[in-house]
Design a protein around this ligand. Structure first.
Ligand code: GAP
Length: 466
């Protein structure tokens, strides 16, 4: 890449949010009705990005392994699940109200906010705290409550799940019986979760409706440290392997007072977002907490028989818990670059916006263009695009506007390769293939395109997992 000219950090998020809307990654939800705070919809490219993130995770956690199986449990579960898991009592954040401007803040994150009150010109809210504006912290439960059936009332109360994990614990017996797995083994799940966050924000980083990718790894007691270390390293590598800049990734073990009510140890994979270092994923030691709780509350026997010890035991759990939407946002931020690639006719810097997505994450793998809209080139390009699509590539066809402009549009959405049909194609069947990152172009016969792209994808995958 040539001289990097990154956007000033101050407005990097604004630029990414604007690109996401302009190019169809992420939209404000209910926009035509004025929008609904902290809710987002994923557009044509965003939905492909999310699917690719989930597919990469599922491949890494489930289909490439023998010891992990998948599950898709209901979002609404018996309220007894949340009693047993401790969420009804303990899944809270400390909340403070500002008596001056009536805003609400998480008491444990005061350092992150600026005052929304115009009178104080965006001063840090810690100063409002020092001025004695805040109420005493009180616990605010994050569970989304709803009711089942046509009648509202105490017996009809239900909750939207705040994590996918509990669906795994309550299906432990079903999965073990059906799959005959023995520890160490895992159950993985991807799906939506809901939390009534006090302060959602930073685009899709913290929202009230989001998607998680979680895996509960069941192990014999005593193997906790070994598997904890294994999954911390494995998950860190996953982000690196998918091209995330390792300098913006770090591991941060939790202090004791930060630990969730179920956890005896946790390490976060953190990323350096434009708004600072923050959690991307947590890898937690959950011990036997969940299975023990569900055994006690349901009377189901959630244990294994140890042949050697001739005794039953409750497996311990190590849990890597990641966010789909938070990962997608991270891939977007990490891939974003405003790169100077020369000077224009007036001598001004020529800047292209490019997303350097790993090809397995990129919403479009290959775009196909006719150089001009005449001399039969569109027909040939159309045929080549259809063939690549049939060969399983995610393709895009574009014949509108100057070729340079079309390349730039693909750079901006992170398409790794563009194929152009020109006069030579009509004579000898060769096409131009342009690389997004180096912008280099080479010629290749159209019949070799699919193999060539497969090789290139494989080389990237090797870089990711090798
Ligand atoms: N089962 C454990 C658990 O849910 P967590 O750290 O609360 O752990 C796991 O959540 C991951 O889910 C986080 O690391 C983050 O990526 C994602 N996540 C959690 N809350 C979120 C929110 N409000 N918005 C977006 N993603 C969220």
């Amino acid at each position: 890449m040539s001289d990097k000219k990154a956007a000033p950090v101050d407005d990097l998020m604004d630029r990414i949010v604007s690109l996401c809307k302009r190019r169809g990654f992420i939209f404000q939800s209910s926009e035509i009705y004025g929008g609904l705070a902290s809710c987002y919809d994923y557009g044509p490219l965003g939905v492909e990005l999310l699917r690719n993130v989930k597919e990469a995770w599922w491949r890494s956690m489930v289909t490439s392994r023998r010891d992990i199986v998948g599950l898709d449990s209901a979002i609404i579960q018996s309220p007894k699940v949340w009693e047993a898991s401790g969420h009804l009592d303990n899944f809270t954040d400390p909340l403070v109200d500002c008596r001056e401007c009536k805003s609400r803040f998480r008491a444990d994150k005061l350092g992150e906010y600026v005052c929304p009150n115009k009178k104080f010109k965006k001063r840090p809210v810690t100063e409002c705290q020092a001025d004695g504006f805040f109420t005493e912290p009180r616990a605010s439960n994050l569970m989304f409550k709803t009711h089942m059936g046509p009648v509202e009332g105490a017996g009809a109360e239900a909750y939207l799940r705040p994590e996918t994990a509990q669906g795994i614990f309550i299906n432990f017996l079903n999965v073990v019986t059906a799959s005959r797995l023995r520890p160490p083994f895992g159950i993985a799940q991807i799906g939506k979760s809901f939390r009534n966050e006090i302060t959602p924000g930073n685009f899709v980083f913290r929202t009230r409706e989001f998607e998680q990718m979680e895996m509960e790894y069941f192990i014999p007691p005593g193997e906790d440290e070994k598997w904890y270390e294994y999954w911390v390293q494995n998950r860190f590598q996953w982000y690196k392997g998918l091209g995330v800049n390792p300098e913006r990734l770090r591991l941060r073990p939790h202090d004791k007072e930060e630990l969730a009510h179920y956890s005896t140890g946790c390490t976060d994979v953190e990323y350096e977002f434009p708004f600072g270092w923050d959690e991307l994923e947590g890898i937690a030691k959950r011990g036997s907490f969940d299975l023990t709780q569900h055994s006690e509350h349901s009377n189901a026997k959630l244990t294994f028989y140890d042949e050697e010890a001739k005794a039953h035991y409750t497996p311990h759990v190590v849990e890597p818990a990641a966010g789909v939407t938070r990962s997608a946002m991270t891939f977007l931020i990490d891939a974003y670059e405003e790169e100077q690639i020369g000077v224009d006719k007036k001598g001004k810097p020529d800047i292209r916006t490019v997303l350097h997505f790993h090809p397995t994450i990129a919403p479009i793998t290959v775009a196909v263009f006719p150089l001009v809209k005449k001399e039969g080139m569109p027909d040939v390009a159309d045929r080549i695009e259809a063939r690549l699509r049939e060969d399983g590539f995610k393709t895009f066809y574009d014949e509108k506007g100057a070729i340079g402009r079309r390349y730039r549009r693909q750079d901006e959405v992170g398409t790794p390769w563009c194929v152009t049909v020109d006069g030579d194609t009509l004579a000898d069947g060769t096409v131009t293939i342009r690389d997004r990152d180096s912008m280099e172009q080479s010629r290749i016969h159209e019949n070799e395109l699919s193999d060539h792209l497969r090789e290139k994808l494989q080389a990237w995958t090797y870089r990711a997992h090798g």
